[in-house]
Design a protein around this ligand. Structure first.
Ligand code: 6R9
Length: 643
């Protein structure tokens, strides 16, 4: 194998001024990314061309002609250096317990799982669904797919059987990998039986591989195989499949503005390069650091900053299986003390929840190892920022508020502590990362050049980590991301830029609610609730919530003649949401209303519902264009009665 990589990874330029590197990345993108890709990644065959991208047609290719294997980049080359180096520290649910997994051990389990998948007939390009708790075996399963060129689709283990079924079917996955049970906060979740229920509705699935987490007895069918047993029957080495830079690496489903979740597709080399360079440069990761991103692997944050980014950099990364308040609200900080964590990366909702529990839970533990405190998922409000900085970080650490999305593959806007000593501005993810050229546009597609004016956040140049398509639906990909503002990528978020060029995210401008760091499509939620037989129609909107960022408010119209209390309807709707989507998508407020504010063409005016839900009745604006303006007054009355 021809290796051009200079290893250990180059760290020399991490502290170079952000402005100069950023400028270089925009001026000479081919040279910039080409140089990084050659230096940082190990290629089986070097690429011939850096990029071929067209934002009008949505065709994106990076590192054309290159042949690579992601698992080799994440494992083999580090094993060659030092097989005993810790790759993962698995912070298990059981309080005070962790396991260390070396790069050597991770490579071995990856190869064994890869061989099991091959034995089961999985080939390059086949889809493998993964529904597992956070564990080294979950990461090894992802890397095993990468080793043989299969496309993994990790489904967060909090999704219901029906959601899992839809995702398996959409991807036509032939194999599902799961565990007997998951444990979280001391409670068990029957993963295998959820998979049984899901797979009952999937013709495509030929094999279910079941790993052991709790050792509980779970009924096995001829379709099922015990994973650890199968792993012991195959070889511990597996030759990596040579893959094209643009072969798919994984898909990850995310909510959008239509009822159906979309399988966002990422490919090999560009994604890996972008995840690894952001992990190193945004977090100022240095050899010997202990990096703890406590997101679940079922979300993009876990893919990029628990698995691919850190492992590509040969880092030691924490796999967090448990809950921030289990067994008590000191869990994070007790872990920081025990594992000497240097980087801690969480979501604003967790910070806000912990603020309420009191500072004593933080102060009880030694946090002197911490250097960088990151967060992602929703806007980090000033109060939470301040608490994170003063109470958790003792004003010693840098707060890194990172803005990005499933679709961007890695961080797109964030401070760079290594290149700038000053503490970033609260509430501002701040500066675009290398290669990211943001632009604000008005609803009418005019470019906003003024400072402190809110607009639609777009990105005008391609970057290696960008999503390539929606699995099986490129038209939808174009409609959602590239057609709203032709020729540029539309994030779906609103943002403003201050007089110093720093960005602040103001929230989604589409029909997506960000609640507790989860992304919930209003259409998906409404479709689910509309199946309740007594319900005629529903509309959900987000409203400001002290802890969740956004709470979910459901307006419900009952069918003619139905008489029921809001409590009973709410209970039934919650049951449906739990069954069809997941518990994290449950609305927090329900209101039975006689009608919804609709335009004459029948479109629900969510803007009005959002104002009502937020108690900003005086800002309702002009309602005269509604089909029935009087309905607004009636909804306001019902809402006021609820309080
Ligand atoms: C990585 C991730 C993406 C949406 C995104 C935006 C919100 C993420 C944010 C933020 C304000 C931040 N978001 N980071 N909003 N400040 N630092 O979360 O991906 O699950 O796809 O969600 O999250 O609304 O569009 P994903």
């Amino acid at each position: 194998m021809a290796s051009e990589v200079s290893y250990p990874l180059q760290l020399s330029s991490v502290s170079e001024s952000h402005a100069s590197l950023y400028e270089e990345s925009l001026k000479h993108p081919e040279q910039f990314w080409g140089d990084l890709a050659s230096r940082r990644l190990r290629w089986t065959k070097k690429f011939d061309q850096v990029m071929d991208c067209d934002m009008r047609t949505g065709q994106f290719k990076w590192f054309l002609g290159g042949v690579i294997n992601v698992s080799v980049n994440c494992l083999d080359r580090h094993v060659e250096e030092n097989a005993d180096k810790p790759a993962f520290i698995w912070e298990k649910d059981e309080p005070g317990t962790h396991e260390v997994i070396s790069y050597g051990q991770l490579l071995e389990s990856t190869c064994r799982i890869a061989n099991v998948l091959k034995r089961e007939g999985v080939k390059k390009g086949d889809r493998v669904a993964i529904y597992m708790p956070a564990s080294p075996l979950l990461a090894a399963t992802m890397l095993a797919c990468a080793r043989i060129g299969a496309i993994h689709s990790v489904v967060f283990a909090g999704f219901s059987a029906e959601s899992l079924m839809n995702r398996i079917n959409d991807a036509s996955a032939s194999v599902v990998v799961t565990a007997d049970e998951a444990v979280r906060g001391g409670k068990t979740i029957p993963l295998k039986s959820i998979v049984d229920e899901a797979v009952g509705g999937c013709q495509c699935v030929q094999r279910v591989l079941v790993s052991r987490r709790t050792g509980a007895h779970v009924p096995m069918t001829p379709r099922d195989l015990q994973l650890e047993q199968a792993m012991s029957e195959v070889s511990d080495s597996c030759a990596p499949e040579p893959l094209d830079s643009e072969d798919p690496l994984f898909m990850l489903y995310t909510s959008g503005s239509t009822g159906k979740p979309k399988g966002i597709l990422h490919t090999q080399a560009g994604y890996l390069l972008y995840a690894s360079i952001t992990q190193q440069y945004v977090f100022d990761y240095r050899p010997g650091d202990v990096y703890a991103c406590v997101a679940d692997i079922g979300w993009i944050t876990g893919h990029s900053y628990v698995v691919y980014g850190p492992l590509c950099n040969g880092a030691t990364t924490v796999l967090f299986e448990t809950h921030p308040t289990y067994p008590d609200p000191g869990r994070y900080w007790e872990m920081v003390q025990r594992l000497k964590v240097t980087h801690f990366y969480t979501a604003p909702t967790a910070i806000r929840m912990l603020i309420r529990k009191g500072d004593e839970w933080v102060k009880k533990y030694d946090r002197s190892s911490l250097r960088i405190l990151g967060c992602v998922g929703e806007p980090l409000n000033k109060e939470a920022w301040k608490w994170y900085n003063t109470v958790v970080g003792e004003e010693r650490c840098t707060i890194v508020d990172t803005y990005w999305q499933t679709e961007t593959g890695g961080i797109t806007i964030a401070p760079r502590p290594a290149a700038d000593d000053s503490q970033p501005k609260p509430g501002f993810p701040s500066l675009p990362f290398f290669g990211i050229l943001p632009q604000l546009r008005s609803e009418n597609d005019e470019v906003i050049t003024e400072s402190n004016v809110q607009g639609h956040l777009c990105i005008t140049k391609p970057w290696p980590g960008m999503a390539r398509t929606i699995y099986g639906n490129h038209q939808n990909f174009m409609d959602v991301y590239y057609n709203p503002h032709p020729g540029v990528y539309f994030t779906g978020d609103g943002a403003l830029r201050d007089e110093n060029g720093l960005y602040r995210i103001t929230g989604r401008v589409d029909d997506i609610i960000m609640s507790k760091g989860h992304r919930i499509g209003t259409a998906e939620l409404e479709c689910a609730m509309n199946t309740e037989p007594r319900v005629a129609e529903t509309a959900v909107v987000g409203y400001p919530h002290e802890i969740y960022g956004e709470g979910i408010y459901a307006f419900v119209i009952l069918k003619d003649g139905v008489v029921a209390s809001v409590e009973t309807i709410a209970e039934d709707l919650k049951t449906i949401v739990r069954k069809k989507i997941a518990s994290f998508a449950l609305p927090n407020q329900f209101l039975i209303v006689p009608g919804l504010p609709k335009t004459r063409s029948g479109k629900i005016m969510r803007r009005i519902l959002r104002k009502i839900a937020a108690d900003r009745h005086e800002e309702l604006g002009d309602v005269s264009t509604l089909a029935d303006p009087s309905v607004v007054e009636k909804i306001v009355q019902e809402h006021n009665l609820l309080k």
